[in-house]
Design a protein around this ligand. Sequence first.
Ligand SMILES: Cc1cc2nc3c(=O)[nH]c(=O)nc-3n(C[C@H](O)[C@H](O)[C@H](O)COP(=O)(O)OP(=O)(O)OC[C@H]3O[C@@H](n4cnc5c(N)ncnc54)[C@H](O)[C@@H]3O)c2cc1C
Length: 463
Amino acid sequence: MNIETLQSRIEGKVTTSTDPRYEQLRRNLIWNQLTPTRYPQLVVQVASENDVVEAVQYARANNMKIAVRGGGHSWIGLPLCDGSLLIDLGRLTQVAINLHTRTATIQPAVTGQALNQQLAAHGLAFPIGHCPNVPLSGFLLNGGLGWNSNEWGPACFSIEAAHVVTADGRLVVANEKHYADLLWAIRGAGPRFFGVVTQYLVKLYPVPRAITTSKYYFPLQCIDEVGAWTGNIARQLPRSVELTIFCSPAPSALGEQCRSSNGFMCILSATAFLDTRGEAAATLSLLENCPVLSQCLGKEVLQPTSLKTLLEMGGMLWPERHRCLADTVWSNSPPSQPLSTLREYFLKAPSPESLAVCVFSTGAEDCTVVQPEAAFSMMAETLLLCYAIWEQPEGDDTNTAWHRETIAALHAFAVGHYIGESDIITEPSRIERSFAPANWQRLQSLRRTYDPDGLFHRDFSDR
Ligand SMILES: Cc1cc2nc3c(=O)[nH]c(=O)nc-3n(C[C@H](O)[C@H](O)[C@H](O)COP(=O)(O)OP(=O)(O)OC[C@H]3O[C@@H](n4cnc5c(N)ncnc54)[C@H](O)[C@@H]3O)c2cc1C
């Protein structure tokens, strides 16, 4: 089959690297403005599952490696692989909700915002990512640490079935009865997955009726004390509370007071996903016991909110059309230690838009136990995420150097990484460290079974 034949057999569009529109297309495929210098040979923008089958068969026949794009939100531009045939799923954006079974069938490029909008109309919800435009495609495959995922679980645990085009060019349905091992891998393998997921079937949840947020704004100097106390009380809060400390740019009203800390501050934020305001107030009142409360520069307590508003706030913290670097560390260290390290680095952060987040495990149960139904298997008491965010290319060198140094310093506290937001290109060892050892071995073995010829890009160090 040649390119013309492939084009004639699909509803979507084939673009070669010699096409005058290629470079614009290549850039548009990646959300991060820091576009990698990696060049696919062919981009196939599919319009149906059949198009994916055709594209896989073309790659096989022409001995090309396959890369996949869901919505292009990988921080490190993973869909762009040199010389590959890139299957772009970005046109697959349909959602069908089944109220009877309380499930939704989702095509890969559906965003969290689009899904939430449709579910909200039926009083339903899903643990979508924290920013409006994060596509479900790679988010679910990575594990999916979304809103209320302490309670609802990482989003991949809500996948009941999926359609997959395998490396031999077959469209199969993976569920608990058929291809159960594929379903297991889809739940967390992330970019190590060895097929193309063209559709997810996910279970849905009743939307909590009284989502409520409390926020406390502290000087950056207090971050270790706030972190130490928060770490101690986190397990006393129910799982339905999402508990986070941000090392964040100060809002403009507090900018002057944070000038000595390079414009950054510490924000303690708790969102309760509960059904009554009374329950939420009683639950979040614990935060009033924080021993450094007297140093608080401001607070917004017990604010009624919604998933829509939470998404909008996420969109402001991680703005569109920026240059970004991201990395993550799962840690069991006392939180004051990594947080005081972060303070040291944010005092000299070159960009005022950069951000770090420390997410605490809430609830009495041990969330770090490996669950048999998913490849997703690396968790710890806290997840630390650090982002360099800036706008102009002139800032590339300073921000890259700062981010590398900050992440290197955080490494001392790491027991593993989250594959969905780690820089596995600069540090390929983070891939294996994103899984429990037995799960990593099983993934490797499944990969050999389902993709014996290594059709799907395998190593990130060789790009
Ligand atoms: C602003 C922003 C906010 C984010 N917030 C969160 C968050 O709250 N929680 C969280 O967990 N993550 C979050 N992420 C990370 C996000 O989950 C990943 O970037 C994820 O890969 C995005 O999905 P995508 O489809 O856009 O990935 P893409 O960039 O399109 O793809 C990345 C890789 O995933 C694989 N892949 C993707 N889709 C498929 C598929 N259908 N079949 C086979 N392989 C596929 C491929 O290997 C591909 O190279 C965020 C990212 C951004 C940029």
